[in-house]
Design a protein around this ligand. Structure first.
Ligand code: WTA
Length: 645
């Protein structure tokens, strides 16, 4: 099956059986994009009212399925129950301590519907309804999915804040969207430990004025946490409400009504509130989920991402549930209670599709294939990867040890802003090349351009752009039209600029080369250098800080902080620890720098500009290149000594 090509090494031709039965058809790639999405929209979604027009494109704002009315929760839950699939398992709920735990349980589509209706009725009592925003700050428990769906049912926009972020991040995001209600849980259960959740949220909300009037708390650990007048336990809130779907019908929403905001890191300033609306987003996630993962009626799907990131929104909640799939929802982490937990999950539930990140794959690789080999993983048919470039070594390991040496790997490129997968191999069609996302999804039109706007030749890195709209594309940044235009639509007047570098190989397949802005990608999670720098300079001893990323064999990239101190302060080990903690407290543990380098100044040009390229070279231990504009070379030597230690 495999053959060598001169340029990129191994390739894997599609399995002819899969080519015959795959949902995706090669002709789709030739279709006019409006025609393609129109067909999908008619086939995949249930509409309360038909749309008049497929696309109204006024760059940079798109309207898809203009005039249509629908409800995302109806499409994800109710229609499956009404269609006779009420007894189908929607969620195999796997708690932190694994699939053998007595807390493991299944939730059918009917049960999911009742839970959603109850919470929606409870939220109504708190004044939530169409257009009233709700914050969600939870871990990977089913109530997180229920909460998103309950909001969608009511037409209440949600913003989910990653459960590992700080209370400050929660408050900032909730206040920006003017959330009236926040839904959280008492404690987080991960890796066998209970961690603060609700009290984190309190800390954030109590630090200043907030729009949040009520906090709904899911009992997870059952710990005795402080509850104030602002708080209500979810089980008390829904104790006396109806679970009859007719008591809380799905609100008919316009195609372009706000479904959710998800805040993501940009290169500067505060997090960006990425706007996603109802119809185009839902169609985009349902179509890509179905075709990229070749979802069948009996598929058992598992996306090991977190609901707090876009991957969880698109490929745990909205895409898979719109497709009526059975999926695993795992609360925990790889490696707890032991290294075999993932493989026990696959074996127990017969998982046929696994979608995860290169970081997780590398962690499993490090733990060794013996753990996977101890289990029957023969149910696996399709594998997926997302969030960062996957190194060919991890790709091969994934295919060999998890995919039984034959499951195709879908290396999916997309972003919070794009809403759904845009560049990916397709099952049964694409001849796979390890480490490459390769081809545009049907209806998607990428180009790779140089800074002048010319398309680059093969094997030359350029900027990835999209020249035509797609249904799940962001509909702007919340309350910030100017930043939206500047960030994404100013580099080229006629195309969306993704912020990623990419190149074509000789066959025209696309390889992603990483971010070209000041966004770092740790374990597939986006963080902005600016936010980390802001957290560092909050420390009283710090004069200036700059952050660079270096390659890391486990997390893809790791954060190196360069810090200059105010007079008389010393760069001690204690201070390094304190600074790392400061960042963890302010943003979240994920953002904690791997190392802190102290120097009496930062490397600057004569005009005082920090030379970030040099910081990157120093962090990587590389040659420095041109240093002629550097004012004080001793700074760099001081830093290099610490890095090369
Ligand atoms: C990176 C996550 C290479 C990329 C869905 C992008 C990838 C950023 C891939 C978006 C991939 C995501 N290959 N790089 N398959 N998938 N990225 O918004 O730099 O958290 O711009 O969305 O992750 O991260 P975000």
């Amino acid at each position: 099956m495999s053959e060598q090509t001169a340029t990129e090494g191994k390739t894997y031709a599609p399995d002819p059986e899969l080519s015959k039965t795959a949902n995706v058809r090669p002709e789709m790639k030739e279709q006019d994009l409006r025609e393609f999405w129109d067909e999908q929209a008619k086939a995949r979604l249930d509409w309360f009212e038909d749309y008049d027009e497929v696309l109204d494109w006024q760059l940079p704002y798109a309207k898809w399925f203009v005039g249509g009315k629908l409800n995302a929760c109806y499409n994800c839950v109710d229609r499956h129950v009404e269609g006779g699939k009420g007894d189908k398992v929607a969620l195999h709920v796997v708690p932190d301590d694994g699939p053998d735990s007595s807390e493991a349980r299944d939730i059918t589509y009917s049960e999911l519907q009742r839970e959603v209706v109850k919470l929606a009725n409870g939220l109504k009592e708190l004044g939530v309804g169409k257009g009233v925003p709700v914050g969600i700050y939870m871990q990977m428990i089913p109530e997180a999915v229920v909460a998103m769906l309950a909001c969608a049912r009511l037409g209440a926009p949600h913003t989910v804040v990653f459960g590992g972020f700080s209370g400050k991040a929660v408050a900032e995001r909730c206040n920006d969207l003017e959330c009236k209600v926040l839904i959280t849980q008492d404690e987080a259960m991960r890796g066998g430990k209970a961690g603060a959740q609700k009290t984190n949220a309190d800390e954030g909300l109590d630090a200043g004025p907030t729009t949040v009037e009520k906090v709904v708390v899911v009992k997870r650990s059952g710990a005795d946490i402080p509850m104030s007048d602002r708080d209500v336990y979810l089980h008390d809130l829904v104790a006396n409400v109806s679970d009859d779907p007719e008591s809380c019908p799905c609100e008919p929403m316009d195609s372009e009504d706000l479904l959710f905001l998800l805040y993501t890191s940009g290169s500067t300033g505060k997090p960006k509130g990425v706007v996603h609306t109802t119809a185009g987003y839902l169609l985009g996630v349902a179509t890509t989920h179905n075709l990229v993962f070749d979802v069948k009626d009996d598929s058992v799907y598992w996306c090991a991402a977190d609901v707090g990131w876009i991957t969880g929104h698109s490929y745990i909640t909205y895409g898979p549930l719109a497709n009526g799939v059975t999926q695993v929802l795992f609360e925990g982490v790889p490696g707890y209670p032991d290294q075999e937990v993932w493989w026990r999950i696959i074996e127990k539930y017969g998982v046929s599709i696994l979608y995860t990140s290169p970081t997780a794959i590398r962690a499993h690789m490090k733990a060794g294939e013996k753990h996977a080999e101890a289990h029957d993983l023969s149910s696996i048919k399709i594998l997926g990867s997302v969030g960062e470039p996957i190194n060919p070594e991890a790709w091969e390991w994934y295919r060999e040890h998890i995919g039984g040496g034959k499951a195709p790997i879908m290396d999916t490129w997309w972003q919070t802003e794009t809403g759904h997968i845009l560049i990916t191999p397709l099952p049964g069609i694409t001849t796979l090349k390890p480490g490459m996302a390769q081809q545009p999804f049907p209806g998607v039109r990428p180009e790779i351009r140089d800074d002048e706007g010319n398309q680059v030749p093969a094997e030359t890195t350029g900027n990835l752009v999209l020249t035509e709209p797609w249904p799940g594309m962001m509909r702007g940044l919340y309350n910030d039209d100017q930043r939206f235009r500047e960030n994404y639509w100013s580099k080229y007047s006629d195309a969306y600029f993704a912020g990623d570098g990419a190149k074509y190989d000789a066959d025209g397949d696309i390889m992603l080369m990483g971010r070209i802005d000041d966004v770092v990608n740790v374990s597939g999670h986006r963080l902005s250098t600016f936010e980390i720098e802001s957290a560092l300079v909050e420390h009283a001893d710090v004069a200036e800080a700059a952050v660079a990323a270096k390659k890391d064999p486990d997390t893809g990239q790791a954060i190196v902080a360069f810090v200059s101190l105010i007079a008389d302060k010393q760069g001690t080990e204690e201070l390094e620890q304190a600074l790392r903690e400061q960042v963890a407290q302010s943003i979240g543990k994920l953002a904690r720098p791997a190392s802190v380098i102290f120097a009496h100044d930062l490397p600057k040009t004569r005009s005082g500009k920090i030379m970030r390229r040099l910081l990157k070279n120093i962090a990587e231990g590389e040659e420095l290149g041109d240093t002629s504009t550097l004012v004080d070379a001793s700074v760099v030597e001081e830093m290099q000594k610490q890095v090369n230690g």
